[in-house]
Design a binder for this molecule. Sequence first.
Ligand code: 87F
Length: 549
Amino acid sequence: MATEVAGELNDALKIDKSATPDMVHAEQKHKKEKKVKENEKSKKATKAKMEAKSAGAKDSKKDTGLGLTVKKKENFGEWYSEVVVQAELIEYYDISGCYILRPWSYAIWESIKDFFDAEIKRIGVENAYFPMFVSQKALTQEKNHIEGFAPEVAWVTKSGDTELELPIAIRPTSETVMYPIFAKWIRGHRDLPLKLNQWCNIVRWEFKHPTPFIRSREFLWQEGHTAFASKSEADEEVLTILEFYRRIYEELLAVPVIKGIKSEVEKFAGGLYTTTVEAYIPTTGRGVQGGTSHCLGQNFAEMFDISFEDEKGERKKVWQNSWGLTTRTIGVMVMIHGDDKGLVLPPRVAPVQVIVIPVPYKDIDSNALFGACTHTSELLRKAGLRVKEDTRDNYSPGWKYSHWELKGVPLRIEIGPRDLTNKQVRVVRRDNFAKEDVPLSDLVSRVTDLLEDIQSSLLEKARKERDSCIVTVNTWDEFVAALNDKKMVLAPWCNEVEVEEDVKARTKGENGAAKTLCMPLEQNDLPEGSTCFASGKPAKKWALWGRSY
Ligand code: 87F
């Protein structure tokens, strides 16, 4: 199985020989220069947005916290900014591109972390922590790797008023931090495989417009770095990790993704090949890279002299992988499931799965009501659910409904005097607002079922919508039409660097150019004689194209 898939990866890599590293790097350099130019434009837009935001903060709707002032479909950018703040995921900060992750979003990150951490430990990966500072020498050791990214590296140049003798970089990723140490630790075949992961923050001084979770200058991630004696072991791990990433999106966040291989233009330049999970935001029609799992080949082993003595006493270079998943996951989930009332959280990652709200009526005995709320939440908590009671007496039940809807809690339980009499509770779903009365005797099993149903119907709904936005085309005209219709486009492709560059140039507009998102691992048959939609040359693969974040 592993070799079959590795063969598949290799096939995808059989691309035109004209894709020299120089060309790829020239393209990346061009990309960065363009970004720098965009900087000024983007700064102005941010300022205007922040001003609008503070003006908006004064209006009464926001003061009372009673909901969003914009609709998702009408102004997606504004809607997103409002949701992340009002749902208490994010607090803004006075450095552009840096955001505070509040407990509500940090808890979601912890769910992702708990899942992934357990899975990688099962396959023998160990956690470690390496410093956040990189010497200039180490950072620039592997030139291919850093060249295109150089403008995004942040440097420490001073301590107090004194210039440092040599500037020190803040890690934008840790290949160059870890690999000199790998060279020291790996001596013989018994030191392999070496499989390390770290949970940390990194800094990339992006010049594109920042967006909470999706593109920020500092973010949290995990980065895995592994070294093997053989390529086949490395190939196999690349796909194992990619499958964990797919499961994080689909099973935890209820976000459908497509697994694939990046084109030569889009892959990590320092590596051999890059695999990815790609998500799609229907409201903007943009693809979004969800996480990448790279086979680095022996490139870094060469540069950092990471070698081992094999069983025959011969010196060999190691085969390496690196893989990363960031807090962008949270932004993708918000964009896909959120609605005009705010966040919609999949139960598996919701910090609170059930909110219990007492609904007092006139001068009814509120002790009995509060007692019923406590009893209800204890029953559910004992069943392992995350439950909270909102018994604050300075807010009305209606205000609380809106508040917890805004925060995306999957289920709300309302308990009023009539429910006390009938030994039942009223349960309301966040995803479709369906209401039902549940007898206390059925509480745990019904609530558990409902949470599972919400989890699966969020994924199903998102998948249906995503699938309806994938258009298969064969010609350039069909391609352009689908792209302008905010679709992702599946097209037969010759897999040539110049052709991807040409498609980018021809689709460049206000909304950014189209690029390949990936070549899906699951490939439909390419009929005999299929030609590339863009070049007319023989097609080698189905590629997924789109505009992206
Ligand atoms: C920005 C500045 C400097 C991305 C950068 O994807 C260097 C880089 O190397 C850089 N932005 N990258 C590629 C990161 C590759 C790889 N690293 C480990 C991952 C996953 C985790």
